[in-house]
Design a protein around this ligand. Structure first.
Ligand SMILES: [Zn+2]
Ligand SMILES: [Zn+2]
Length: 606
């Protein structure tokens, strides 16, 4: 028995348990240590030495792996000043096959505790034969000030901790194991999500919620160690939500433009049985506040009506009487209300709504977007005796569940096709990253790929039209609310987009999309980026005129504008209202277009 110190160090401790020959991460002993240490908030990471399979495993390979692991541990943790400790099975046990101890209270033989140092000459195993190089996740923990502190966690520790943050209370092991596999898959498929912020995944609902692991989550993680859902050999892009409310949802009905793979169907789910049912009463004034923060404008919300529903029965479109734009999707309404008034009100897009005096009464069921695995449904299925693989097959039909941890090469295949061939530093384990980074707020993340493709297409096309080289690196930041946008850019909401420190800042995607200006706004800001240096020092109308013109060259000029006066710098830089700005924009575009149409090159407009 390893005596635990009375007082554990405050630095995070990660324990690597190296199981013996003929054992596995699912052994009783591993479970025992994991459980005991989890009580003390110490995470145990147990790599599966039976990989790639038992037949090809040799003791030499185990030994090589051990030295590699110790190097990896030192590299990953010592550098950061965190403690680490390795619990190894004894060499005697490793040579012979011993039955697992019957009583978990007295594991035998006593494993020794050893702090291993890196061996200078330690050889790295061939990646082709031993692919599980320990994958780590750089997690951004959001502090009270909104800033992130980055902590690197081994993948399995990360999974055990997210499981504590995302699972339903008192889940059966099978439900926890299914979710552990989904969490691991999500983490691998979304490792580029926060590249613009300097880490992989955040600890908030935006990515996956991270909490302290407990015995049950550590056990489920160990039991599924390294297992992920694969699509064509790479981690599948999957989702899960608290409850589908009785019917799962296809991605494109939540995030327009998202592909709808066969493994994410809209299907009836009798497991969750429509739970939870919910109601919410929201005052018209509060709803108006939320919608305005989301980029909609108007002084009064006179009525709110369901105009259409999609296949799953969720609200696909609502009309907003009195606002501009005057339509919003059910998913977007849930998002704008959640961000401003809290997520406890409109729990899902499966609802009915009616006006009652000065309020709107919502009645619905389910919680979350409803795409992919239904957490409440999986808990009920596990209680009925369904195992983890069956749960996953039900919610992600057709996906393969792998037994190996994907290699860096497998991960690279998932990176967006938009990336140009990029030069990798020798020995860099990370896959090449796309040169366009999209940062999206909570619940809009499903649109990532569609927006990325749109941005890359626009970038390349504008670069060709202008005859300039496309920028090597672009960052597009969509803000969750107009307030957030205004704070980051010091520009009023009706400007839609702005460039700050070389990055494109944009309004919430819902508002831009519902106004029909998402693509146009991206193009507008891209033109600014690509014409910035050539037009430096010119009047504002030249720069804005170029952006407006090349964002939409085919647009017809406003009628009756024979020879408009070009707006002065103040009209464009400090517009007093949305109306004043759109007037100044129209004149800037007309002035610019007139010179282009007279045969002038865009660089010479002045
Ligand atoms: Zn995130
Ligand atoms: Zn369900």
């Amino acid at each position: 028995m390893v005596p635990l110190p009375a007082r554990l160090p405050v630095v995070p401790v990660t324990v690597f348990y190296l199981h013996g020959f003929a054992s596995s991460p699912r052994s009783t002993k591993v479970g025992y240590f994991t459980g005991r240490l989890a009580e003390h908030h110490v995470e145990v990471h147990c790599p599966d030495f039976n990989l790639p399979d038992f037949q090809t495993l040799t003791m030499t390979m185990t030994a090589t792996l051990r030295s590699t692991l110790s190097v990896a541990i030192v590299a990953g943790f010592m550098v950061q000043g965190s403690g680490f400790r390795v619990l190894g099975s004894s060499a005697e046990q490793a040579r012979g096959v011993r039955p697992a101890p019957a009583a978990p209270r007295t594991p035998s033989p006593t494993p020794r505790t050893a702090t291993q140092n890196p061996e200078p000459g330690a050889r790295t195993p061939e990646p082709s034969t031993l692919n599980p190089e320990p994958i780590s996740v750089r997690v951004g923990f959001q502090g009270a000030n909104g800033k992130y502190s980055v902590v690197t966690l081994p993948m399995e520790s990360y999974v055990a901790r997210v499981l504590a943050g995302e699972a339903a209370r008192d889940s059966q092991p099978a439900a926890l194991e299914a979710l552990a596999i989904a969490i691991r898959t999500f983490a691998l498929a979304n490792r580029e999500r926060h590249r613009a912020d300097g880490f992989d995944l955040c600890d908030q609902t935006h990515c996956q919620v991270v909490r302290a692991a407990v015995a049950a989550t550590a056990r489920a993680t160990q039991a599924t160690a390294g297992r992920v859902l694969l699509r064509n050999g790479t981690p599948a892009s999957i989702y899960f939500s608290a409850s589908c409310g009785g019917h799962t949802e296809i991605p494109s009905d939540v995030w327009p433009g998202h592909e709808d793979p066969a493994y994410l169907p809209a299907r009836e789910d009798d497991a969750c049985d429509g739970a939870p049912a919910w109601t919410a009463d929201l005052r018209a004034a509060d709803l108006l506040k939320a919608l305005r923060a989301g980029g909609f404008h108007g002084q009064r919300l006179r009525d709110l009506r369901v105009a259409a529903r999609n296949v799953s029965g969720r609200v696909s479109r609502l009309t907003l009487d009195g606002l501009k734009p005057d339509v919003i999707s059910g998913a977007d309404l849930r998002t704008v209300v959640g961000r401003t008034l809290g997520w406890q009100h409109i729990k899902s897009a499966a609802f009915t709504v009616r006006k009652q005096g000065d309020s709107f009464h919502f009645s619905g069921h389910g919680s979350g977007h409803g795409v992919g695995l239904c957490v409440i449904g999986s808990v009920r299925l596990a209680e009925r005796g369904t195992n983890a693989d069956q749960i996953l097959a039900r919610y992600y039909p057709g996906l393969e569940i792998s037994k190996v941890t994907p290699t860096a090469a497998m991960l690279a295949a998932r990176i967006a096709p938009a990336a140009p061939p990029s030069v990798r530093a020798a020995g860099t384990p990370r896959p090449p990253a796309p040169d366009v980074m999209i940062s999206l707020p909570d619940d809009d993340e499903g649109e990532h790929d569609a927006i990325l493709q749109q941005a890359v297409r626009a970038r390349d096309e504008i670069a060709r039209t202008l005859g300039v080289t496309a920028p090597v690196k672009l960052t597009l930041r969509f803000h969750p609310t107009t307030d957030d946008y205004e704070q980051a850019t010091a520009r009023p909401w009706f400007t839609s987009g702005a460039i700050v420190a070389g990055e494109l800042h944009l309004l919430p995607p819902a508002a831009l999309r519902d106004r029909g200006v998402l693509e146009q706004t991206i193009r507008h800001e891209l033109v600014h980026v690509m014409t910035e240096s050539a037009l430096a020092g010119r009047p504002q109308w030249v720069r804005e005129g170029a952006a407006l013109y090349f964002a939409d060259p085919a647009a017809s000029p406003p009628a009756g504008s024979a020879r408009p006066s070009c707006p002065d710098d103040n009209e464009l830089a400090r517009p007093v209202s949305a109306g004043a700005l759109s007037n100044a924009y129209a004149r800037a575009r007309a002035c610019f277009a007139r010179q282009i149409q007279s045969g002038k090159a865009w660089r010479d407009v002045k």
